[in-house]
Design a protein. Structure first.
Ligand code: AMP
Ligand code: MG
Length: 410
């Protein structure tokens, strides 16, 4: 069996996956959901020319020479609180009292803030004066927000694939969009496998260990924006694996994810069960940790078999399963941003694409990395202590101290 590159393995998986169905949700339920439509503005924003200050709407030409020592006196012809519609226009020598956000009246082209007038009061109850003294000059446009300055009608403001952020919801509401079409959350069926595995809360038995992967992977699945179907632990038997796979089918899973038993020969019964109703391939990926990987489908549900060692399972998730879940959920498949970090010590590698646990800190504007603890694929503690994965490219056997490599911040 030849080695697949990480890239090729990921491409082979993604090739088989398409975004699942969509649903339409009210705005209040759509935070973090992934848009399945482009959103174009139906109207300009702001909707109308309006004031950005409490003050007086004026004709700038009227107040070019205004100064504290020689104020310009204007007749106040209207009072325009927020939410009202100005019915009067402002003629030369006139002004209108206006509140922040209120629509600018015809004729006016600038707003003089109350503090630059002799009527420095904002309390809503106070009636507008008949006359106001302006202490400062204004240029056309001062303290106004013209219609359409932010968004023009027809402009596409959010695109398919965008996970909706809180500020996006605010913008959608501004645009009067009360519901959006989003991708359904993919449903991921998860199981662990192995006769050695015990639940977290039962007494230990000699030779057994606890199933830790399912807790870690469950959280990763939810973090990736999917819904979890927790299937538990499969024994190393045909019947047990078959029962769990059938459960995944019954629950309508969009993807089945398992950990362990993917090294050559170890998973024969899984191979047998899956091949009775689907397809499975066992790959050796040119990566460390996490060389063995299985991919296929059971009754047309895609299946990814991650390695059993906890760190390998974590990295296999980040490198393959997260991209798969994002594809199913309509998102771009890349997730983690790559940053450059400087290695504090020499790092030896074996030529596989290596994902190494490291602590990254900033020193004088440079990100500096040092490996954490034991790098064996069973040593979860070193992953807990890490805040980054250094990515040593395939073919590289030694990174000298002081050299920079790519990293994912966790
Ligand atoms: P396997 O691929 O089945 O040979 O498993 C590789 C290693 O991962 C073994 O040491 C297993 O005991 C360990 N392992 C498998 N599944 C889990 C799990 N769910 N939680 C913790 N360790 C596991
Ligand atoms: Mg096993």
């Amino acid at each position: 069996m030849s080695l697949l590159s990480v890239e090729e393995a990921r491409e082979r998986i993604l090739f088989h996956l398409r975004p699942i169905t969509t649903e339409t949700l009210p705005l209040v339920e759509s935070a973090n959901r992934v848009l399945a439509q482009d959103i174009a503005a139906a109207n300009d924003l702001p909707l109308f020319d309006n004031s950005s200050m409490d003050g007086f709407a004026v004709r700038a030409a009227d107040v070019v020479n205004a100064a504290a020592a020689s104020p310009r006196s204007l007749r106040v012809v209207a009072d325009i609180p927020a939410g009202s519609y100005p019915t009067v226009s402002v003629a030369p020598g006139e002004a209108a009292r206006i509140m922040t956000g209120a629509q600018l009246p015809e004729g006016a082209d600038a707003v003089v803030p109350v503090e630059d007038t002799n009527f420095d009061r904002r309390d809503a109850g106070t009636p507008a004066p008949n006359e106001v003294q302006i202490f400062k000059p204004a240029q056309p446009g001062n303290n106004t927000r013209p219609r359409g300055m932010d968004i023009r009608a027809g402009e596409v403001v959010l695109r398919t694939g965008r996970a909706l952020k809180p500020q996006d919801l605010g913008l959608l509401a501004m645009l009067g969009i009360a519901s959006v079409t989003v991708y359904q959350k993919p449903r991921i069926a998860l199981f662990s496998s192995g006769d050695e595995l015990l639940e977290v809360d039962v007494p230990l038995e000699s030779g057994k260990i606890r199933d830790s992967n399912s807790y870690m992977l469950a959280a990763l699945i939810e973090d990736a924006g999917a819904d979890l179907i927790r299937l538990g632990v499969a024994k190393d038997s045909h019947e047990s694996v078959k029962a769990l796979l059938e459960k995944a089918v019954d629950f309508g899973a969009d993807l089945i994810l398992s950990s362990a038993g993917v090294s050559v020969g170890a998973f024969d019964f899984v191979k047998e069960v899956i091949e009775s109703n689907g397809k499975i391939e066992f790959w050796r990926v040119n990566m460390r940790p996490g060389k063995p990987l299985a991919f296929g489908n059971y009754k047309n549900i895609p299946f990814i078999g991650l390695p059993g060692n906890p760190v390998s399972a974590f990295i296999g998730f980040e490198v393959f399963a997260r991209a798969a879940i994002r594809r199913l959920g309509g998102m771009e498949t890349t997730f983690r941003q790559t940053v450059r970090v400087r290695c504090e010590e020499q790092i030896d590698s074996d030529g596989r694409e290596s994902y190494l646990r490291a602590g990254v800190r900033e020193e004088k504007g440079v990100l500096v990395a040092r490996l954490t603890g034991h790098q064996g694929s069973g040593n979860l503690h070193s992953l807990v202590q890490a805040n980054a994965l250094l990515i040593i490219p395939a073919g590289v056997k030694c990174v000298p101290a002081g050299k920079e490599v790519n990293a994912w911040l966790l």
